[in-house]
Design a binder for this molecule. Structure first.
Ligand SMILES: *[C@@H]1O[C@H](CO)[C@@H](O)[C@H](O)[C@H]1NC(C)=O
Ligand SMILES: *[C@@H]1O[C@H](CO)[C@@H](O)[C@H](O)[C@H]1NC(C)=O
Ligand SMILES: *[C@@H]1O[C@H](CO)[C@@H](O)[C@H](O)[C@H]1NC(C)=O
Ligand SMILES: *[C@@H]1O[C@H](CO)[C@@H](O)[C@H](O)[C@H]1NC(C)=O
Ligand SMILES: *[C@@H]1O[C@H](CO)[C@@H](O)[C@H](O)[C@H]1NC(C)=O
Ligand SMILES: *[C@@H]1O[C@H](CO)[C@@H](O)[C@H](O)[C@H]1NC(C)=O
Length: 566
């Protein structure tokens, strides 16, 4: 008994002397455990049998349902025939880029082995998803939902919905990832996707008979209200979503509670998630189509799923689908209509600056220019400010931690604000890493010089998306920023020949990937890492390399560096 009390005391002492108060919570918050079997299966998302990545036999994979600050432990068994990594889109991994699951942070899980991800959904709420980051695996699925609920004591700015549905929409190719990889490695493009799928299925039950029976994908009780969480898990195109006869009230975007506007349809760009409330206020005997169709492409690809009221289904859905909006201005206006609800409570990763981001002095402005592809050695490459990223065998984060970064990559090969002649120079293929200074408040301009809509994801952070405008960015454009109630999010669209401005405080030490969510552009180099170092290797800023971390490349047999101090 005595011994136990003593060791408890010892723990308390350690905790108080190191003042790891936030980390005390880390120890005490509830755990959510999952064990995943990742393997191939033959499925026919578009009516043609093909190889798909399933998790525990499911496509999309199992749902992680948790609450702010929960500890998530996922033991992943890689039963594919290739190395695998999964990332947790939008989960911030505070102090913990060790669990980010990108090739710049982690060694992949080898076939026939397992690795356990351990992370905390610290101070977050909202709708997220996970997916494989190993080359083009996302083209085979392997993705699934992750919902973070508010803690019991925190009021949510809407009534508890009757039920809660993830709706994964996205374009899809019938070719396997190996053929797709061959196309890209051979210097070609992926070309147009073959269709759109909704929760892993093509146009089921549309009378089109492309792959299934007329069974409903979603059910609603008349008069009740449901939460639909739309995520675009596709590879190339923005997708517009809408529901016959029903409006959608937006309540959450990528972890922020929004002003609750009502929309007939929503543009969901690659990698983004939007939560809406839908009330079953139409004729209960009828079925309704939920429609997902690609935007901004020459010929839209469309898919539908059926929503049925409980006890309904007597009247088939009207074959007349609600039309998609037309043109870019509609989409830009919709982006501008999204506002953060400043009075709604919710966990937020960086509450200090949250309400006042418009008043913080910018310490650094970085402009990332997204160009059309360049030819390097006769093959297509995409670049950021003249460098086209490749992943070295030794993950960047590990090289840095072990003190051998200079053997693996060079910091700051690109300029913060490249000139036209910098951009005209030959593209360099190399790891693209910039050094970010801990706690700097940065303004990042994403300038799209290409003809297609792009989306960009920032890992490790949420940022304020303060402006989206046509043309080129100049400092004078700052007067058009929304410095009051911009949405704090992690994935933002950049319209053709337009720019997007985002702002964030680099308060999360780690190695963080910023990437195009277009699979082809990302694979061919349109991504970058931002290294944010803890200035004095302090445990307050970043966790130590976990004992279980997989090692590879030149650090594989190196002695472990001394741990961070507290
Ligand atoms: C998910 O978690 C929330 C909050 O903890 C809970 O209310 C809900 O019932 C859970 N849903 C499922 C499907 O487990
Ligand atoms: C692999 O799975 C086993 C059995 O569940 C577990 O004990 C072990 O810790 C896992 N290994 C890793 C590296 O996660
Ligand atoms: C914002 O959230 C508050 C608090 O929950 C809620 O009362 C209010 O209706 C919301 N405002 C809007 C415009 O959605
Ligand atoms: C049926 O398939 C055609 C061709 O793919 C498509 O244009 C149409 O929108 C589909 N109809 C429905 C109701 O999904
Ligand atoms: C990164 O920047 C910080 C602060 O400007 C500097 O102290 C540090 O040496 C730089 N690190 C590298 C690897 O360039
Ligand atoms: C280094 O750590 C100490 C205490 O751990 C802290 O007070 C100091 O501010 C840190 N230095 C920097 C540059 O952050």
């Amino acid at each position: 008994m005595m011994g136990r009390v003593n060791s408890l005391l010892a723990i308390l002492l350690v905790v108080s002397t190191t003042s790891l108060l936030s980390d005390l919570a880390y120890c005490e918050d509830p755990y959510v455990y999952q064990t995943w079997d990742v393997k191939y299966a033959t499925l026919s998302p578009l009516g043609v049998p093909q190889q798909v990545i399933t998790i525990n036999g499911q496509f999309p994979g199992p749902k992680i349902n948790c609450t702010s600050n929960n500890n998530i432990v996922v033991n992943v068994f890689n039963n594919l025939d290739e190395p695998l990594l999964l990332t947790w889109n939008g989960v911030q991994q505070r102090k913990n880029s060790w669990q980010e699951g990108t090739l710049g942070t982690n060694c992949p899980i080898l076939p026939g082995t397992n690795y356990t991800y351990k992370f905390q959904v610290k101070d977050q709420i909202g709708s997220y998803y996970y997916y494989p980051t190993t080359p083009l695996h996302r083209a085979m699925g392997g993705y699934g939902p992750l919902a973070v609920h508010s803690r019991d004591l925190i009021p949510v700015p809407f009534d508890l919905p009757e039920d809660d549905y993830f709706v994964f929409v996205g374009d899809w190719y019938k070719k396997g990832h190996a053929s797709l990889r061959k196309l890209l490695d051979g210097g070609r493009s992926l070309g147009r996707p073959d269709g759109v799928i909704i929760n892993g299925k093509g146009s089921f039950g549309t009378g089109n008979k492309t792959g299934g029976e007329d069974s409903p994908m979603f059910t609603m009780i008349a008069k009740k209200t449901y939460r639909y969480r739309f995520c675009n898990v596709g590879m190339k195109d923005s997708v517009n979503v809408r529901i016959q006869g029903h409006t959608m009230k937006i309540v959450e975007i990528e972890g922020s509670h929004t002003v609750q506007n009502v929309y007939d349809s929503l543009d969901v760009h690659l990698g983004q998630c939007y939560s809406v409330l839908v009330t079953a206020d139409q004729k209960p005997e009828s079925d309704y189509y939920l429609v997902a169709s690609t935007r901004f492409s020459k010929k839209a690809l469309t898919s539908t799923a059926i929503i049925r009221y409980v006890g309904g289904g007597q009247v088939p859905p009207s074959p007349e689908l609600p039309p998609a909006p037309v043109g870019l201005p509609w989409s830009i206006n919709q982006f501008r209509s999204f506002r953060w609800n400043l009075t709604a409570s919710a966990a937020r990763p960086n509450p200090q600056g949250s309400y006042h981001y418009g008043k913080i002095d910018i310490t650094r402005t970085i402009k990332f220019v997204l160009k059309p592809f360049s030819k390097v050695g006769g093959k297509r490459r995409y670049s950021i400010n003249g460098v086209s990223h490749v992943d070295p065998e030794t993950p960047l984060k590990l090289a840095e931690y072990y003190g051998v970064a200079d053997k693996v990559f060079k910091y700051d090969m690109i300029k913060d604000q490249p000139s036209d002649s910098d951009l005209a120079a030959e593209v360099i293929v190399a790891p693209n890493v910039i050094n970010g200074t801990f706690r700097n408040f940065v303004e990042i301009i994403l300038e799209n010089h290409d003809k297609s809509v792009q989306t960009f994801h920032v890992s490790g952070y949420s940022f304020f998306a303060v402006a989206v405008e046509p043309g080129r960015w100049t400092e004078e454009k700052r007067k058009n920023y929304n410095l009051i109630d911009a949405i704090s999010k992690h994935t933002v669209q950049v319209y053709p020949n337009s720019w997007t401005a985002i702002m964030t405080t680099l308060d999360n030490a780690g190695m963080w990937n910023m990437r195009s969510m277009s699979l082809e552009r990302q694979y061919l180099g349109e991504q970058i890492y931002v290294s944010v170092l803890s200035p004095n290797r302090s445990l307050r800023d970043e966790y130590n390399l976990p004992d279980t971390q997989l090692l590879c490349g030149i650090v594989k047999d190196m002695p472990k560096p001394p741990p961070y101090s507290s």
